[in-house]
Write a protein that binds this ligand. Structure first.
Ligand code: UT7
Length: 331
């Protein structure tokens, strides 16, 4: 049987920075409030002519270069995004594939909001373990600034742009393999976090008013469900695989809010050294946040071959997920 190994990571962050002070000039907020309630100090914003696929391509090129796998051997590209270049079609994954020069690949997007990267990891694992694909490029890419309402202080302070990518490939060596991926969803909570306009569920007059495809969130309720769901899910994946939290080298949570990360980390008795934090400098980049965070520890020289990562994420849908992933580079 083939196993799926996490070979490499790459990321890209747009140049422009939007600070809390900048936001305080746009809406009724302050650096003090944002820092205290979220831990975010700044986020990066793509330029007008930089699309989600452009961010994804830059992250993907880096991940492929670092993987030791030839570009032409990539046989599937999956992109997790809620801010695709074009709603409906073509998929951002197909645009990324073409920009990379890939031919004859299977390419598609998935919509699982901030849990997107965990979902595409499970898809890569399943395709590889079934023998259908050998080298899968997975990308979390978001230009959330395109779907953020910069008059709504409850959401605009949270989100940023960026992309992260990883190459997952087949191996016979079980020690290198992704141990487990959990994914879940519950549409009962759909109204907590949504883009109500722009789809077939929109009121027609909302479309006519060009209400835009902006995110809306019931932040405080989302926060409570997030802490509860994540703590339960992460405990379950550790117990199910008989792995103690002390043996996790890197706990890489979705970077939505420092207080959520701290609450879940504390419930799992994770030390500060184990918890990977990037929310202060990137804000919430939805499906891109986990691979961007993994890339940060990789580039800091802190992610070594064989080390175990525990990923967890939570987002619109609602969706959630967790994964136990050893870092298994080929070179
Ligand atoms: O990534 C996907 C999942 N998303 C999340 O997990 C996000 C979860 N939610 C959160 O991170 C937090 O709920 C927020 C950061 C969005 C909000 O923090 P909170 O501590 O839950 O605040 P709140 O919504 O309960 O609002 C408290 C007060 C309210 O004022 P009153 O009613 O007490 O007078 C808000 O109007 O803070 C006010 N407020 C603000 N004040 C200054 C809300 N946003 C702001 C703001 N600046 N930006």
């Amino acid at each position: 049987m083939a196993y799926a190994a996490f070979r490499s990571i790459g990321a890209y962050v747009p140049q422009k920075i939007l600070t809390n002070e900048d936001l305080a000039e746009m809406v009724d907020t302050s650096d003090e409030w944002i820092t205290k309630r979220t831990g975010i100090k700044e986020r990066h914003i793509a330029s007008d002519d930089e699309y989600t696929s452009d961010l994804g391509v830059k992250a993907a090129r880096q991940a492929i270069e670092r993987s030791g796998i030839a570009l032409e051997d990539i046989d599937m590209v999956v992109c997790a995004t809620i801010s695709p270049d074009y709603f409906c079609m073509p998929s951002t994954a197909t645009i990324i594939s073409t920009k990379l020069g890939l031919k004859n690949v299977t390419a598609f997007d998935i919509s699982a909001a901030c849990t997107g990267f965990v979902y595409i990891l499970s898809i890569a694992k399943a395709f590889i373990e079934s023998g259908m694909k050998k080298n899968v490029l997975i990308i979390g890419a978001e230009k959330l600034s395109a779907i953020t309402d910069y008059t709504d202080r409850g959401t605009c302070i949270l989100f940023g742009d960026g992309a992260g990518a990883a190459v997952i490939s087949a191996t016979d060596n079980k020690d290198e393999a992704i141990v487990d991926v959990h994914t879940g969803a519950d549409g009962e909570y759909a109204d907590l976090l949504m883009t109500p306009n722009g789809g077939s569920g929109s009121a027609h007059d909302a479309l006519e008013e060009e209400a835009g495809v902006f995110m809306q969130m019931k932040g405080n309720e989302t926060f409570k469900v997030a802490v509860r769901t994540l703590t339960k899910d992460v405990k379950e994946i550790l117990e199910h695989n008989n792995i103690a939290s002390e043996s996790i080298e890197h706990f890489v949570p979705h970077q939505a809010n420092y207080r959520i990360i701290k609450a879940v980390g504390d419930a799992l008795k994770m030390t500060e050294e184990q918890v990977v934090l990037t929310v202060h400098k990137y804000g919430n980049t939805s499906g891109a946040s986990i691979p961007m965070a993994i890339n940060d520890i990789y580039e800091a020289g802190e992610l070594k071959a064989g080390e175990m990562m525990l990923l967890d994420a939570f987002g619109g849908g609602l969706t959630w997920g967790s994964a136990l992933v050893p870092f298994s580079p080929l070179k």
